[in-house]
Design a protein around this ligand. Structure first.
Ligand code: CP
Ligand code: NVA
Length: 308
């Protein structure tokens, strides 16, 4: 088996490694707030390949690389040869000769795997149709900064059983918290993911009512009703309307429950403005932590770290 440190998914890495990545992220965040930016990745290059739009992932990786003394290189599908049919495998072989790591945001998860299988440098999953693991590292970090250790806590996911939901399931197993998913029957997370979590002893509860998911939760999370690449937008919007996070849903959760959302948000759809812009929302800290979490991921992938 390859000893390259890919960051492909939370189910592929053990809990100790993931906790170590978060410890680095916390340490680098503290250092930065104290005015110290250790150049752990001086001279390193990260290729960032985007086959879908991005604001946070793109900018947080870019800034994280620069603050660690390295540099990012951007490739969009349309202005690279990927857009003209060069294969993912060949792209991976090419980039591996130039850069120290590759981050990719793509459509089919199989493309991520193809890229990693052909790479001789670490590959990072910046979102696929199946998962979004970097986001979960920032989400766990943000919850813990506000509410303490996530182990044993109850997180309620309301909405589509999409790529974010799958990564939340992976995270629940790896970080040992309870995840209640309130999803329409037609938009449940993939059975294979639920089976994996059950086999690992995960505390995952699937319900089709928002109320049952949200009751006494420590955190309520949701995501857009229509993800990038979804083709049944109108059907999904209809199915997901009863899963909106609003003041009534938040009132069922614990009084000190927090609200999270990976963003971008569509106010009035998956969440009301009163919730996302209200006192329980921690989404802007969640945004900031994307950058700190990326530093933990990048330094782990490239074998650089600060003394803890
Ligand atoms: N949350 C997130 O991944 O945002 P972007 O799509 O803007 O990168
Ligand atoms: N589920 C969303 C997440 C965006 C960060 C999507 O895939 O579009």
């Amino acid at each position: 088996m390859s000893d390259i440190r890919h960051f492909l998914d939370l189910d592929a890495l053990d809990g100790g490694i993931l906790r170590g990545i978060l410890d680095q992220a916390y340490a680098l965040k503290r250092a930065m707030k104290a005015g110290d930016r250790p150049p752990l990745l001086r001279g390193k290059l990260l290729a960032m390949v985007f086959e879908k739009p991005s604001t946070r992932t793109r900018v947080s990786f870019d800034v994280a690389m620069r603050q660690l003394g390295g540099e990012p290189i951007m490739l969009n599908r349309v202005d690279s040869q990927l857009g003209r049919g060069e294969t993912v495998a060949d792209t991976s072989l090419v980039l591996s000769r130039y850069v120290d790591a590759i981050m990719i945001r793509t459509t089919a998860h199989s493309k991520l795997i193809d890229l990693a299988d052909n790479a001789s440098v670490p590959v990072i999953n910046g979102l696929t149709d199946r998962t979004h693991p970097c986001q979960l590292m920032a989400d766990v970090m943000t919850f813990e900064e506000h509410r303490g250790p996530i182990e044993g806590r109850v997180i309620a996911w309301l909405g589509d059983g999409n790529n974010m939901a799958t990564s939340w399931i992976h995270a629940a197993v790896r970080f040992k918290f309870t995840l209640r998913l309130g999803c329409p029957k037609r938009l449940k997370p993939p059975k294979s993911v639920l089976d994996w979590a059950n086999a690992k002893g995960g505390d995952i509860i699937l319900t089709d009512t928002s109320e049952d998911a949200a009751r006494d939760a420590d955190c309520v999370v949701t995501d857009t009703w229509v993800s990038m690449g979804d083709t049944d937008g109108e059907i999904q919007r209809k199915l997901l309307t009863p899963y909106q996070v609003n003041d009534q849903i938040m009132s069922l959760a614990k009084p000190d429950a927090v609200f999270m959302h990976c963003l971008p948000v569509y106010r009035g759809d998956e969440v009301t403005a009163s919730v996302i812009d209200g006192p329980q929302s921690i989404v802007w800290d969640e945004v900031e932590n994307r950058m700190h979490a990326q530093k933990g991921i990048l330094t782990w992938c490239l074998g650089a770290s600060v003394e803890l």
